[in-house]
Ligand binder design. Structure first.
Ligand code: NAD
Ligand code: WQD
Length: 343
């Protein structure tokens, strides 16, 4: 019988790619999403890619009663992957209570149903944002966490702590927090990808929207950092590589191969890429000369960070397979698909 996995936020960017990979690995996927940052039609596109349409239940995970009655109908769920969260750093500074409520209440509700219905396994979407500006690079999982610079970042730190404490108090619950670096790109089919609302905060959607002509020019936030070319450095990984890590993490928990009841892994390529190098990658794969200008630094930006993914490489047997150019090309193909109204 197929193992049933509950994917929260499964119509969102990373959740939809992970749903595809889970289905392709033979899992049955059920999605809960309130569609606050995604569209229901994503499940039809997942169907086109995989031949399977996952069940989508539309409700807010902060609604404990709805979650409880949903789980009562699906007591055979083996594990949860929890993507659902608000994720805009800037917005979180202006709406901290919305962020704390949405990201933490939903998590607590999930953990409560896990305890109540004996669902043992959880994979949680965490972020490299928990490290702030690390002293040592590349950053390993045991690097000290820095005080969060935004309410969003704080929800990831607090979320990790809530999960860790729950696994300590209840030995039946096992969890893995995956600290993502910078996911970019889209599925090779160009049927699913990132759909930022309004003006994108993140570099790659801004780049592709500039390339297609929706934005006039890209602003590069600073060229006076202590880096090779003066622009900030990040670790950009292909979202499909990232999605595959979730399948491995879920199998690790289900098969009981976890070393401790709470584990943390960095998910990145291990390569630092500057903003200017990312622009050159975009120009190579699109053949477009990008309009950009250097402006002042963005408040709160980290100067440089990239992952040491060797623990995930060794323990999960996972590594990224796509190059920056390959990931960038899929981001560009996705941008062209959205704008051509082919979806
Ligand atoms: P996304 O916004 O595309 O997906 C999140 C999904 O969750 C959306 O479909 C949204 O509608 C849903 N959702 C939000 N709150 C909900 C609630 N209360 N109830 C039900 N559904 C809800 O975001 P994403 O980029 O796919 O990110 C997924 C996870 O990964 C998030 O937890 C995010 O913080 C984390 N993360 C993302 C990045 C990144 O750069 N994209 C990096 C590190 C970590
Ligand atoms: C990347 C680089 C910018 C836009 C975010 C979240 C963090 C985590 C990862 C979720 C930076 C530069 C950007 C632009 C630019 N997400 N840039 N012009 O800063 O690593 O962090 O994603 O957990 O919490 O904050 O990603 O894509 O915003 O920026 O020059 O228009 O691109 O300064 O150096 P970042 P990003």
């Amino acid at each position: 019988m197929k193992r049933k996995i509950l994917v929260t936020g499964g119509t969102g960017y990373i959740g939809s790619h992970t749903t595809v990979e889970l289905i392709e690995e033979g899992f049955e996927v059920i999605i809960i999403d309130n569609l606050c940052n995604s569209k229901a039609d994503v499940v039809n596109r997942i169907h086109k890619i995989t031949g399977v349409k996952p069940l989508l239940e539309v409700f807010d995970l902060c609604d404990q009663k709805k979650l409880d009655s949903f789980i009562q109908k699906h007591k055979d769920i083996s594990a949860f992957i929890h993507f659902a969260a608000f994720k805009a750093v800037g917005e979180s500074v202006n709406k901290p209570l919305d962020y704390y409520r949405n990201n933490l209440v939903s998590l607590i509700n999930l953990l409560e149903v896990m305890k109540c219905y004996g669902i043992p396994d959880l994979v949680f979407s965490s972020s490299c944002t928990v490290y702030g500006q690390p002293e040592k690079l590349p950053v390993t999982e045991d690097a000290p966490l820095q005080p969060a610079t935004s309410p969003y970042g704080n929800t990831k730190q607090i979320g990790e702590a809530i999960i860790r404490d729950t696994t300590i108090s209840d030995k039946n619950i096992k969890a893995i927090s995956l600290r993502y670096f910078n996911p970019i790109g889209a599925h090779a089919s160009a049927l699913i990808g990132e759909l930022p609302e309004g003006v994108p905060e993140n570099l790659v959607p801004y780049l592709t929207q500039t390339g297609i002509g929706i934005r006039e020019e890209l602003k590069v936030f600073g060229d006076d950092y202590d880096t090779s070319d003066g622009s900030c450095i990040r670790d950009y990984l292909h979202v499909v590589d990232l999605a595959k890590a979730h399948v491995i993490a879920i199998k690790r928990l289900i098969e009981g191969n976890n070393k401790t009841n709470y584990e943390v892994f960095n998910l990145g390529t291990g390569n630092g890429v500057s903003v200017l190098e990312a622009i050159r990658s975009f120009e190579r794969v699109s053949g477009i000369k990008l309009k950009y200008k250097i402006v002042g630094r963005r408040a709160g930006d980290i100067e440089k960070i990239w992952a040491d993914p060797s623990y995930a490489n060794k323990e999960l047997g996972w590594r990224t397979l796509s190059s920056l150019d390959e990931a960038m090309k899929t981001a560009w193909d996705w941008e062209k698909t959205i704008r051509s109204n082919k979806l």
